[in-house]
Design a protein around this ligand. Structure first.
Ligand SMILES: [Zn+2]
Length: 213
């Protein structure tokens, strides 16, 4: 899901350590991120594709789904991908108190810590919803929220050909954080076509670092 472009523009004015919309463009790196998994049907296909092309990505996981599919989370970590926190239930934060929002993140952090030994993970709220209370809380507690600079729009469920054509015409640039999803095959099918092309053109893809240098 997306949020309004105007809000996205405003977020770019916040410090990188608090809210990231882009990442280091060092050595031409682009950053693929996948939300809403792990999904037992689609995520293995994506992991196979990434492994085939030796590409590392970042997965913003829904805690409840991670709990249901532990072998997929383990595989992500084993294969060098980064795991991030996309809340426990993927409920809209719009209707939750700050305490409930933080409970959603804390429970997911505890689960993910079992895999990567990190007590805290990069945060991405469901639907990108971020109110002033959560923003202030994250600033006070040194938590980083990660958005994106490049929206694949895969959640609009375009035909694969149309998605491929759109992304091919305007490929991600160095430093771009690409938003996609692994709870359907749409982005995975498109990347199956585009990743080999982009890699042949010399593009690099990396997992998001925990902290920007
Ligand atoms: Zn989501």
């Amino acid at each position: 899901m997306n949020m309004r472009p105007r809000k996205q523009q405003l977020l770019r004015w916040l410090p990188d350590r608090l809210v990231r919309t882009r990442a280091s463009a060092h050595a031409g790196a682009r950053y693929l991120t996948f939300d809403d998994g792990p999904d037992p049907e689609h995520t293995p296909r994506l992991l196979d594709l990434l492994a085939k092309h030796r590409v590392h990505a970042s997965f913003f996981l829904v805690g409840l789904r991670a709990e249901q599919h532990p072998s997929l989370v383990q595989r992500m970590v084993d294969e060098g991908h980064a795991i991030g926190n996309h809340s426990w239930n993927h409920w809209s934060f719009n209707s939750l108190s700050l305490q409930q929002q933080m409970d959603e993140f804390c429970r997911t952090d505890q689960l993910l810590c079992q895999y990567d030994s990190e007590p805290q993970h990069l945060l991405r709220p469901p639907q990108g919803y971020l109110d002033a209370r959560l923003l202030l809380h994250c600033a006070r507690h040194g938590r980083s929220i990660v958005y994106w600079s490049y929206d694949s729009m895969d959640y609009q469920k375009p035909a694969t050909d149309a998605l491929v054509a759109g992304l091919r015409a305007k490929p991600p640039q160095p430093g771009d954080i690409v938003l996609a999803h692994d709870d359907s095959d749409i982005a995975i099918d498109a990347l199956g076509v585009l990743l080999p092309e982009w890699l042949a053109q010399g593009h690099h893809f990396r997992a998001l670092p925990r902290k920007e240098p």
